[in-house]
Design a binder for this molecule. Structure first.
Ligand code: NAP
Length: 246
C-alpha cells in the first residue's frame, strides 16, 4: 500500500479526475475526504467507495469561500486527526475568445481556479507546518504551459497555479511539505464532454500518442507524487498529455 493511513482531501472529488483520484488513493490505503460543491456527486462517490471498504467522508464545500475551506480542514482533522495530502483539483472553464470574454467569465474562473487553490493550499499548509510534513498537489493544464484559443481566463489561472506551486515549494520545503502540479492534456471527463467532437479529434491528432487521456492516467500521476516514492520531488509541473505539441 503506497498511501497507508495517509489522510487526503480531494477537492472536486465528486466526479471526473477528482473522483478517480479519490478512489485510487483509497485503494492504496489512504483515508479520504471527498470535497465538492455538488452534494449528489459526493454522495454517489462516497457510497461507491464505502462499498469497497474505503475509509471516506464527504464534505460539501465551495473552495472560493474561505470560511467553508477552514471548516473543511477542521472537519478533516476532527475525523482523521491530520491532513497529509491535498489535491487541489476543483476547477472550471467558461470559454470565450478575448474579444468576447465577459467580466463575469473572467471573474468566475479566476475565483475557483486561482483563489480556490490559494484558499485550500494556505489552510492546509498551516496544519502541515504543525505536522512538519505534507503534500500539496495542484491541478494545472497543458493550457497553463502552451495557452489555448478561447481560454484567456483558464490559461491565466493554470499559469498562476504553476507559479503558486513553485513559490510554495520554495516557502514550505523547510517544513517537509512538497508541492507539485500536474498539467493534464485532454482527458475524457464531464468537463471535456461538452467540447465539440471535432475539437477532441483535433487534440487527439495533436498528441504524439494519438490518444486522449483517461482520469486514471492523471490519478496515477497524483498517486506517484503523493507517495514517498516522490520524496525528493517538489516544485515540478508534471505534464501527462500523451506528448501534446500545440
Ligand atoms: P469536472 O469533471 O468538471 O469536475 C470538477 C469538479 O470540481 C466538479 O465536481 C465540480 O462540481 C467541482 N467544482 C467546481 N467548482 C467548485 C468549487 N467552487 N468548489 C468545489 N468544487 C468545485 O473536471 P475534470 O475534467 O475532472 O477536471 C479536474 C481538474 O483538472 C480541473 O482543475 C481542470 O481544470 C483540470 N484539467 C482537466 C483537464 C481535462 O481534460 N478534463 C485537462 C487539464 C486540466 P460541480 O459539478 O458542482 O461543478
Amino acid at each position: 500500500m503506497r498511501l497507508q493511513n495517509k489522510v487526503a482531501i480531494i477537492t472536486g472529488g465528486g466526479r471526473g479526475i477528482g473522483e478517480v483520484t479519490a478512489k485510487t488513493f483509497a485503494k492504496e490505503g489512504a483515508k479520504i475526504v471527498v470535497a465538492d460543491l455538488n452534494e449528489a456527486d459526493i454522495e454517489k462517490t462516497v457510497s461507491e467507495m464505502k462499498e469497497t471498504g474505503a475509509d471516506v467522508i464527504g464534505a460539501v464545500v465551495n473552495v472560493t469561500d474561505r470560511k467553508q475551506v477552514d471548516d473543511l480542514i477542521k472537519q478533516t482533522v476532527d475525523a482523521f486527526g491530520r491532513v497529509d495530502i491535498v489535491v487541489n483539483n476543483a476547477g472550471i472553464t467558461m470559454d470565450a475568445q478575448l474579444l468576447k470574454m465577459s467580466e463575469d467569465q473572467w471573474d468566475k474562473v479566476i475565483d475557483v481556479n486561482l483563489k480556490g487553490v490559494f484558499n485550500v493550499g494556505q489552510a492546509a499548509a498551516h496544519v502541515m507546518k504543525e505536522q512538519q510534513g505534507g503534500v500539496i498537489l495542484n491541478a494545472s493544464s497543458v493550457v497553463g504551459v502552451y495557452g489555448n484559443f478561447g481560454q484567456t481566463n483558464y490559461a491565466a489561472t493554470k499559469w498562476g497555479v504553476n507559479g503558486m506551486t513553485k513559490t510554495w515549494s520554495k516557502e514550505l520545503g523547510r517544513f517537509g511539505i512538497r508541492v507539485n502540479s500536474i498539467a493534464p492534456g485532454f482527458i475524457l471527463t464531464p468537463m471535456t464532454e461538452k467540447m465539440p467532437e471535432k475539437v477532441l479529434d483535433y487534440m487527439k491528432e495533436k498528441s504524439s500518442l494519438k490518444l486522449l487521456g483517461t482520469p486514471e492516467d492523471i490519478a496515477n500521476g497524483y498517486l506517484f507524487l503523493a507517495s514517498d516514492e516522490a520524496r525528493f520531488i517538489t516544485g515540478e509541473i508534471l505534464s501527462i498529455d500523451g506528448g501534446v505539441v500545440l
